[in-house]
Design a binder for this molecule. Structure first.
Ligand code: FCA
Length: 351
């Protein structure tokens, strides 16, 4: 990754410095740094000083670090302040919203740690007068349905999942693997709607391509990260020891990376397993490895839309009263070892 050094890994020091900035803003002691970062010299002094919070559920994931990076770019281009906070549980989310509002923030972009917090987050935003835009993970209401009245930007999860399944089917065919000795390991995280839509999309595409239902196995991960996927896949591999070739899909890159590591532990590599991730941002080191692994490629999502466009929409909403569309969906593009350098460059993810 070519992220700035302080983005390359989430560190407690970074978390504390973020909290410190927030605390300073809240107490009014941060005036100097505020004006330095919010008001380019060409902005008239009476213009509204826009401040936007950007809360993410997994600040250690490169995907979220890239969203922040693009939010910073928008802040620089348009002349607003962005306060980035890793909010890993509900209490942290609600506390951060209080602190942000007290510090003069007018709006928040959020990828919530739990979509069922939706109603509580909306209530908090209303009570402290923050405009709200959810990113990636859409809020779920008390009725269990997506909260379609909350402004949201997310991926076309089902379609992207179908794309993963179609590519896996193509790779299976290209390698001459038969349905008799090939199976799908779908590392699932079904409590999150966007994650479920992705793996369901992949499964449906593989069924449509002729993989029998009894060759499709779900490995539910307890946590949506590499260790969670590694553990879930190991359980499945123990149960299905007769499979010769594995196809792998999951909710994101980390879901596939954990599975690929578990497969390696059982002797499966690039010649006997093929996995396609989603995000395209958390697998760069993997694709850079000298020797190919079973991690064949990933659907690169648009971190720029999710970081730049979200904050830009919120900025215009706050400053000019232009309300963003209620629902914006983004698409992705396949990257593999053959083309990832060029595509990442084109998308501004690396130089
Ligand atoms: C979810 C996933 C992330 C990313 C994002 C677009 O939040 O957890 O990894 O895929 O959707």
């Amino acid at each position: 990754m070519t992220l700035p050094a302080h983005f390359s890994r989430f560190s407690p020091a970074f978390a504390w410095s973020t909290l410190l900035v927030v605390a300073l803003l809240a107490t009014g002691c941060g005036k100097k740094s505020e004006s330095a970062s919010t008001a380019p010299s060409h902005v008239a002094s009476k213009a509204i000083q826009v401040k936007i919070g950007f809360l993410v559920k997994q600040p250690e994931e490169p995907w979220f670090q890239l969203e922040w990076l693009f939010a910073d770019q928008a802040a620089k281009d348009l002349g607003f302040t962005v306060v980035k906070i890793g909010a890993t549980d509900g209490e942290k989310v609600l506390n951060a919203m209080d602190i942000l509002a007290a510090g003069g923030t007018q709006g928040v972009v959020i990828c919530t740690p739990d979509t069922r917090l939706g109603p509580a987050i909306v209530a908090k935003a209303n009570s402290v007068n923050l405009k709200l835009l959810s990113v990636d993970d859409q809020f779920i209401g008390a009725d269990g349905q997506p909260m379609k009245n909350v402004h949201h930007l997310g991926i076309s999860a089902g379609k992207i999942g179908e794309n993963v399944g179609q590519i896996l089917a193509g790779e299976m065919k290209r390698r001459g693997w038969t349905t008799a000795d090939t199976a799908l390991c779908a590392v699932t995280f079904e409590e999150l709607a966007t994650a479920k839509e992705r793996t369901e999309g992949a499964i449906n595409a593989l069924l449509a391509a002729g993989l029998p239902a009894n060759r499709i196995f779900k490995a539910p991960e307890r946590t949506a990260d590499i260790p969670g996927s590694f553990d879930a896949t190991n359980v499945l591999l123990t149960q299905q020891s007769a499979v010769k070739h594995w196809l792998v899909c999951s909710t994101n890159d980390n879901g596939v990376l954990g599975a690929v590591r578990a497969l390696e532990g059982r002797g499966f590599g690039a010649d006997s397993a093929v996995g396609i991730g989603i995000n395209g941002t958390d697998c760069i080191t993997e694709l850079e490895k000298n020797k190919p692994t079973a991690f064949y490629g990933s659907i690169l999502l648009s971190a720029k839309s999710h970081g730049y466009q979200t904050t830009e929409m919120l900025y215009h909403w706050i400053k000019d009263g232009i309300e963003p569309p209620l629902d914006t969906r983004t698409v992705g593009v396949l990257i593999t070892r053959d083309n990832f350098r060029q595509i990442l460059k084109e998308q501004g993810v690396r130089n």
